[in-house]
Design a protein. Sequence first.
Lengths: 401, 364
Amino acid sequence: MSDLEAYRARAAAWLETMVPEFGRDARRGLSEADDLACARRYQNAKYEAGFAGINWPVEFGGQGLGHLEKVTFDSEEMKHGFPSYYFGISLGMPVPILMQFGEDKAFVKERVLKALKGEEIWCQLFSEPAGGSDLAGLRTKAEPDGNGWKLNGQKVWTSWAQYSDFGVIVARTDPNVPKHKGLTYFWVDMKAPGVTVRPIKLAGGDSHVNEVFFDEVKIGDDHRMSPVGGGFAVAMATLMIERYVATDSGGFGPHLDLFVELAKAIEINGRPAIEDGRIRQQIARNYAMRSGLDAITARAMAMMQAGMTPGPEGSLNKLVSVRSRQKLSELAIDLQGSGGFAFDDHAAPKENWTASWINAPTGRIAGGADEMLLNTIAEKILGLPQDHRPDKGVPFNQIPA
Amino acid sequence: MSILYDEGQQAIATETRRVLEARIDKDALLPLLETTGAYHEGFWSMAKEQGWTALALPEDHGGLGLGLVELGLVAHQAGRTLSGAPFLTSGFGAAKAIELFGSDAQKARWLPGLASGETIGAIAFASGANALPARPDIGFDADRLDGRIGGVTAGSIADIAVVYAEGADGPVLVVAELANVGRGIVQGFDNSRCIADLHFEDTPAEALAVAGSARDAALHVLALQAVITAHEQTGGAEALMEVARDYAITRRAFGQVIGAFQSVKHRIAELYGLVELARANCIHAASREGEDDFITAAAAARLSATEAYDTAARDCIQIHGGIGVTWEIGLHLHMRRARSLAIEQGNSLFWEDIVVDGLTGEKA
């Protein structure tokens, strides 16, 4: 057994012992407050067992292992329905950026430890009402105020802001220069006066994203994590932290086996749907797509193990898997006919076709809309030109509305 | 089997690409569309000289002892440049059937010629929409074949064929020389595939000794061929994606290169996705030979490669506009090849059923 396989086995065995207290069934029916409390206990258990901050430096409380161990653990963890998503953003982007760019090391270390133990949560304040994909078009202002700054403006789609203790934020410090050049990156105390968080109820009924308002929020210059006007580069670094993360070729929807089970259980014209050519075709096509994505991931892992850099094809995963999940979920509802009307708004998208279907549009937009991902493939991989951009090189305050 | 190519395998890909790009061009391939019974002799002599015919056959019968990964790499490059003959895959299928199920005498008799390329082999299994018919069209009785089978790739040229025939107790696999067999050449849309109807009449043939069911044996041969063809399809799709990209960054309209329009650039980005899924499935399938899930992996490779090649052919022509539909530019060579490869060795409907049977635990 390779070291990595031994690590996988150890992780899998430990995760198994966590199932009774934190797994899918243990969480069923919990209120969100109770679920979050459960999540904090689970995160602390991970920390105590040495499975938090797997690829983070030991000096910050991490395990000092590699990216492969991290991806290996995550792909095992995904199987059990543990409540890890409250910390997904926090530990995925803001806290690693804090480790990289935070100046006050003692402060950083304290924050990182609390985040790793699930005691504190960080959010990422990037998107705004006027721009999601067009990040550099943001309008929230940070103006000099004594020795520090004051923030005014609004962010939106901020995951878990309602439970966050801190956030990282990009704000405009100079409207007189082209849009990318007038931004600065800060951290902010989410409990500070003038910060208002309002959850947004999404189509599926849950509210993990928020609007966040900043009204004369004062922050010190020690909150600044980039040079003044150098915020866009740190924002990009935030988004590039982990190119190869644990993936799910099912697009974070149900496993294909569940569709096969459904097709075996349902009859069309007196015969099992699994014998119907239309259904069989969709199963086979989905299988081919998922096996291709799995093979891409396996190859990337093998390359990393061999000390090589994986190819750019890993960027296909979200684009391909989530929209396929969306269509397959529609078909699964269709297949049930008049039995398909029921909806449990607490059902998990990985286990329930209706929950998967109603939440699928979020997956195609959050973390890079399909269209942006296609642009990235076209421009960065294939060398096709950028779109026509009328705002290019124009000072932000002169961009036509 | 590793899913990362080693240095030797990468060298095979590089060298194959070099010789094919130097010696194959569309001007030699276009005339082959308008005649029947002809193939690109330069391609075939290259395949023999370079040892591609021997690549995946056993060393003790004149082969080089390599496998699906290496032959797949050659097929990928052949797909990029549009090979001018189908014998690499058809001969490989016939040779594998004999290697896996033949007697020592049969192996000694046929394999060296197939390995050197002096003998051209064909596979004759299908009956129309049925890649493996419940009751094959050709009858086998007292070591003689009788009957007609339609649409055999390489059929107009091949020296021998492995035939899926109806024996006394159901289907059997047999090998026959084709010297005295009636051949009706099919005038088709991709004539260098050398497709012919074969008419057996009291034709001598030898049964291969299949231990289990002949259907399983024939399916295994088809799956081996399908992995090679999937590589060829992926190569063709990859080449078309690059042609589309190159055109989109040079052709101008409305004051800019057309690749700056999202309707064009997204179409090409989608092709990239299809090509990479097909490539990943091909590499995976080639690494699974001999494993329980090989047939399903081969089917997945086949399905995604067919989709990639057909879509690339369609979209590459579309992106070119009017020039794309001309005879001279030759994009139709790929469009034709995409379809002929799609129906050789079982169409997509056949492989879809194989996948689902594999997933539901039905016998594939």
